[in-house]
Write a protein that binds this ligand. Structure first.
Ligand code: PMP
Length: 460
């Protein structure tokens, strides 16, 4: 049971929220009428709201609390750092121990040929910075015309002007005249929805071919980079066919287009590898990171650069005119270091690869592959999606799939489990500390939510 006693009633918090707060990605007027759930406390994979109701958090917050809630190691690291040096910056020829120790640990975990990182406070800022870094790199390389970014429809890279432009969320673009100039998009490798009569592998190659066609149409001398999530997250937790990434990598190399992986969701163990591009076997030039870097205990993100880019900027670039007051914030860095320590010391990434991840994936397939509402199950490690559909054989989706999956999510909350709905897909991405017993509970409650949804639709 929760040890927390809220200072005020749930209704009071809801009224304060309605009076002063604009929440994320919703119609505030409608939310004010309904009243948001007020989360008060977290321990491990569980959350409690201000009414004392317990939820198994199947989404690790917002795909970020890798080590679960309430870990003393992270809390103590923050407290120690707050005592010692609560703030200093990385401007004006200074640095500090916390940021250097974090970098040492980060690069000991990173595969491949990465050498430099610039820290930010969020994933959005990491991708905002990506635009400036990549364009600066091509300037220094004597190719200032290579400026265009190619992203993907339904990709998500953040909520600021540049990052939302790289992303391909139409409803975001409609607000505020996005995308900015110099950003183009190609289709998403979402076989279930767009694969038609093609096999997944042929469809994966066709999606990659779209990139080549786009580069040729724009002119390779104008294209700076291709940016994508190794698996699409906010756009529906979509795993591309196996043929996709090798072909994308080949095309990027052939035309000297940088390959930029947004690892904000995929990084820090989610698929059972430290970074999702390792799961998909490709080698990006840049990695945008955030979320699992600190397990969400404190905001921190970053842009990791390959040796080729980092050394060019450092050795030949002169002043790089960029800096954030909180870049490499000492408290965030100390928490990140402690978080990476827990992930390593407890072998949580390995466990997601060899034990809990395969267990989750196997159980999901056992429970849902014959379910009348579920047409596809995707995922690896501790991330998975169930695709709702009307007809499995033709892959026909429901016209009102967003409402159906939202209803399933709401029933999940009733049942005490948090799973996410995106379009017609139910998504789960629990903390890496989740046990087999907790996975059983996650799947059991998800099954009840999906069954109740099917019953309401008259399918059972
Ligand atoms: N990239 C991806 C892939 C994301 O999923 C997100 C956030 N969900 C972001 C970037 C943006 O990160 P933030 O919300 O920390 O700005």
């Amino acid at each position: 049971m929760t040890a927390f006693t809220p200072h005020r009633s749930t209704r009071d918090y809801q009224q304060l929220d309605a009076a002063h707060h604009i929440n994320a990605f919703l119609d505030q007027k409608a939310l004010n009428q309904e009243g948001p759930r007020v989360m008060a406390e977290g321990r491990g994979v569980y959350l409690w709201d201000t009414d004392g109701k317990r939820y198994l958090d199947g989404m690790s917050g917002l795909w970020c609390t890798q080590v679960g809630y309430g870990r003393q190691e992270l809390i103590a690291a923050a407290a120690r750092q707050l005592q010692q040096l609560s703030y200093y910056n990385v401007f004006f020829h200074t640095t500090h121990p916390a940021v250097n120790e974090l970098s040492e640990r980060l690069f000991s975990l990173l595969p491949g040929d990465y050498r430099h990182v610039i820290y930010t406070n969020s994933g959005s800022e990491a991708n905002e910075l990506l635009i400036r870094c990549v364009r600066r790199y091509w300037d220094v390389m004597g190719k200032p015309d290579k400026k265009i970014f190619i992203g993907r429809h339904n990709g998500y890279h953040g909520s600021t002007v540049g990052s939302a432009s790289l992303g391909g969320m139409k409803f975001m673009h409609e607000m505020g005249d996005l995308p900015i100039p110099g950003v183009e998009h190609i289709g998403e490798p979402y076989w279930f929805a767009h694969g038609g009569g093609l096999s997944p592998e042929a469809f994966g190659r066709q999606c990659a071919q779209e990139l080549e066609d786009k580069i040729l149409a724009l002119g390779a001398d104008k294209v700076a980079a291709f940016v994508a999530e190794p698996f699409q997250g906010a756009g529906g937790m979509i795993f591309p066919p196996e043929s996709y990434w090798p072909e994308i990598q080949r095309i990027c190399r052939q035309y000297d287009v940088l390959l930029c992986a947004d690892e904000v969701i995929g990084g820090f163990g989610r698929t059972g590898e430290w970074f999702a591009h390792q799961h998909f076997h490709f080698q990006p030039d840049t990695l945008s990171i955030a979320k699992g870097l600190t397990s969400g205990y404190i905001p921190m993100g970053g842009l990791v650069l390959s040796r080729r880019i980092g050394e060019t900027l450092v050795e030949q670039g002169g002043v790089f005119a960029h800096g954030l007051t909180y870049s490499g914030h000492p408290v965030a860095a100390a928490v990140a270091l402690a978080n990476l320590g827990v992930l390593q010391d407890e072998g949580l990434v390995e466990r997601a690869r060899t034990d809990t991840g395969p267990y989750l994936q196997t159980c999901l397939r056992e429970v849902f592959s014959q379910h009348p509402l579920v047409g596809e199950i995707q995922g690896a490690g501790l991330v998975a999606a169930l695709q709702f559909c009307r007809d499995k054989t033709t892959r026909q989706r429901f016209a009102d799939e967003t409402d159906i999956s939202w209803r399933c999510r709401s029933i999940g909350f009733d049942e005490g489990v948090i799973i996410r709905s995106t379009l017609g897909r139910m998504i789960m991405a629990p903390a890496l500390v989740i046990s087999r017993g907790e996975i059983d509970e996650l799947i059991d409650k998800t099954r009840i939510a999906v069954d109740r949804t099917a019953e309401e639709m008259g399918l059972r």
